[in-house]
Design a protein around this ligand. Structure first.
Ligand code: F0G
Length: 445
């Protein structure tokens, strides 16, 4: 607890937070948490992360740094259910875009930041495809407890996210390379300069992200859904979700497990390739390194880089691979990859269904649709898709999908293999003329 350490000094593997539950006092029923709802004046009860503090009891209350994160929503979306192939009422969208920085990252950042504060860190860093950096910049900006140093791949992050890091005052380093390069560098730099690292290799990040699942259960009156479907990038969420359910099961707080589906973008599908095609498994912690190393060598030899419109998950070397394999085992998981076309069509459906999301988030909906078509998910299953980031994070992709400007469409999306915008809502150009405007409104509404 009193060190900034993310990997084991002996074997180099990531660390995992493990609690001695016998010495703690975990609740004996999940309704225990309902008692916190009436105490909203207490920041630790208001936060959607810290109101579950008894299930992530690593920090003393006076060290917790919270911005009221986790006030998110589970929304039953029938438009999206129909699109996926589910019966009405069976599709729920867990909308994490409502967090203070607009993505699920705040769930983990409040936890890692709390640990950083606990050990007295003065600087914190991350490599990011944009959302982690926005979140870190926000926590630093508001709390003034640390200086944020962020590493981003040059030209690899959407404007919504870049604008947050700049606006919130983070020291922003644009590395000539992609996320995988930035990740490697930030680890070296943190080691060398003793800067606190908040990427999801930080085990406390995952502790905070477990609470997304607690809120899903809370919204379902503590009933476990059949499926949790989540986009996979660095695989922090999927790892955290598996840990959350394993702990709840071991504590006797739930009596069945959901299944987990992790969805990669086709252009960044390392997990899918390793798990579905090459048979890589958790295997009681004895992960077959030869399979992983061979794949990494192939990436190196061919010079293949991650490439997808879902820039948040444009990652070929996911740092939480092993922990995600564990989660897949715990939750009898499956992995799929979806094309940018499928992602953008699903995103448009999410948008018309109510709550918009950024492209990476829509991978969950596109993946659920695929799994329904395959018969892996049944029409009657209760499915929760995690919408990881807010619609405003990446306006470029959204506007390009809905545009009437073919050149813009080709430049942003055509280059990614997107051919159609079947669900586009095109703006209608009208003259500055009252009669014409009235005619057009009557024609289209
Ligand atoms: N969705 C969004 C919107 C994200 O920003 C990310 C990751 C993911 C999904 C993937 O989650 O890594 O837990 O599998 N973004 C990181 C970042 C990598 O730097 O902001 P994961």
């Amino acid at each position: 607890m009193d060190e900034a350490r993310v990997a084991c000094h002996r074997c180099g593997s990531l660390l995992d937070v493990s609690y001695d539950w016998d010495r703690l006092q975990p609740p004996n029923s999940l309704d225990f948490f309902e008692s916190k709802w009436s105490r909203r004046d207490d920041p630790l009860c208001r936060s959607g992360v810290w109101r579950f503090r008894e299930l992530l009891p690593f920090a003393p209350a006076d060290k917790v740094v919270t911005l009221g994160e986790g006030q998110t929503l589970l929304h039953a979306a029938d438009t999206v259910a129909k699109y996926i192939g589910l019966r009405a009422g069976r599709c729920h969208l867990q909308y994490e875009g409502l967090n203070p920085s607009g993505s699920f990252k705040d769930n983990g950042m409040t936890a890692a930041f709390t640990h950083a504060h606990f050990i007295g860190a003065r600087r914190a860093a991350c490599a990011s495809t944009g959302n982690t950096s926005a979140s870190l910049a926000l926590y630093c900006g508001v709390s003034r407890l640390m200086r944020a140093v962020i590493f981003i791949g040059s030209g690899k992050i959407s404007y919504g996210k870049l604008s947050q890091a700049l606006d919130y005052g983070a020291l922003t380093l644009q590395i000539a390379g992609d996320f995988d390069d930035a990740m490697r560098r930030v680890k070296e730099v943190c080691e060398k300069l003793g800067i606190y690292l908040v990427n999801s290799i930080n085990p406390f990040r995952l502790e905070g992200q477990k609470t997304i699942m607690y809120r899903v259960l809370e919204a379902l009156r503590w009933e476990v859904p059949d499926w949790i479907v989540v986009p996979g990038g660095n695989l922090g969420n999927s790892s955290a979700f598996g840990k959350a359910f394993a702990e709840l099961r071991d504590l006797g707080l739930i009596d069945r497990m959901p299944r987990l589906a992790v969805i990669n973008a086709r252009g960044a599908n390392t997990l899918c390739e390793l798990y579905e095609n090459r048979g890589l498994r958790w295997n009681d912690g004895q992960v077959d390194r030869a399979i992983v190393d061979r794949y990494a060598e192939e990436l190196d030899a061919t010079g293949r880089r991650a490439s997808t419109i879902a820039s948040a998950i444009e990652i070929n070397r996911p740092v939480n691979l092993d922990k995600c394999l564990r989660a897949l085992e715990i939750c009898d998981g499956v992995v799929r990859d979806v094309t940018d076309q499928e992602i953008l069509d699903a995103k448009a459906q999410v948008g018309t269904g109510g709550l918009g999301c950024e492209p990476a988030s829509a991978a969950s909906v596109a993946g659920a649709k695929r799994l329904c078509a395959e018969g892996v998910i049944a029409a009657d299953d209760r499915v929760v898709c995690i919408l990881t980031g807010h619609q405003l994070k990446d306006p470029t992709a959204t506007v390009a999908y809905h545009t009437t400007d073919q050149e813009e469409f080709n430049r942003v999306l055509g280059s990614r293999g997107v051919r159609r915008a079947a669900f586009a809502n095109r703006a209608v150009a009208v003259g500055n003329d009252l009669e014409e405007i009235v005619r057009v409104i009557n024609l289209y509404s």
